[in-house]
Design a protein around this ligand. Structure first.
Ligand code: HEC
Length: 213
């Protein structure tokens, strides 16, 4: 941009007067050009910095290669082989049952918290499938209190959370492995809570009910 040339009106040009640009503006233009030149010089340096191209030899390393081998024991992201009940929920390639670690009150509380955050919006706080999201149109999840899901192995729940199930998306990213097991423990507690009978109570508790057998 050269204001001195382009902004002169036709009348000024025909009058042959001096350019209508004060000297201070010229300094600004000069400073701007200088800045651009400096920036261009920086770019040049960055793209020309010393580097090895793929498979280029190097006399710096004893083996003559510029590409370095993996440090033993390192695992690239996504390449960790998943083995064992804890991370697969499988025993001998089939859904396992039970839990890979002890279920303490702390684990149960964590499971309740995680269930209410990640599962209840669809499955409902009681696990009956009547969450807020299906009430607005998403496919209704099944109740956890059916015969089939009460009989389902813990490994099945782990698999559903890890890989998704039909219309349900996977939750393996949001819910890490240990939290998945904590949620399953809480689902088992929910199932008990909805299917309890008087015979589940101790004699003392039955007495409190006022004579119910
Ligand atoms: C966005 C809603 C949604 C969320 C959140 C959700 N689910 Fe589901 N879930 C579904 C739907 C829908 C189905 C039924 C899918 C189908 O049959 O296509 C389902 C099915 C299931 C089943 C039944 C599988 C079977 O064998 O029938 C289990 C178990 C389950 N979900 C567990 C969970 C757990 C645990 C969480 C929390 C980590 C969770 N879901 C979060 C929507 C959801």
């Amino acid at each position: 941009m050269f204001p001195g040339k382009s902004t002169r009106s036709a009348r000024e040009r025909s009058a042959g007067g001096p350019p209508a640009v004060p000297p201070a503006a010229r300094w600004h233009v000069l400073a701007l050009l200088l800045m651009l030149a400096t920036l261009a010089a920086c770019r040049q340096k960055m793209s020309n910095q010393p580097k090895y191209d793929p498979l280029e030899p190097s006399d710096f390393f004893a083996d003559g290669m510029s590409a370095r081998p993996r440090i033993p024991g390192t695992v690239a992201r996504g390449e960790l082989p998943l083995e064992g009940f804890l991370v697969t929920g499988k025993i001998n390639n089939a859904d396992g049952d039970g839990f890979p670690f002890a279920i303490t009150a702390q684990v149960m509380n964590r499971g309740q918290e995680r269930f209410n955050i990640y599962c209840s919006p669809c499955h409902g706080r009681r696990g009956d499938g009547n969450g807020m999201i299906p009430s607005r149109g998403l496919r209704h999840p099944p109740s956890f209190h059916t015969e089939a899901l009460r009989a389902a192995k813990t490994g099945h729940f782990f698999d559903v959370m890890t890989n998704g199930f039909g219309a349900m998306p996977p939750y393996n990213v949001q819910v890490p492995v240990n939290d998945r097991w904590a949620i399953i423990a809480y689902i088992r507690a929910l199932q008990l809570s909805q299917n309890g009978t008087v015979s589940d109570l101790s004699p003392a508790q039955r007495a409190q009910l006022g004579g119910a057998q």
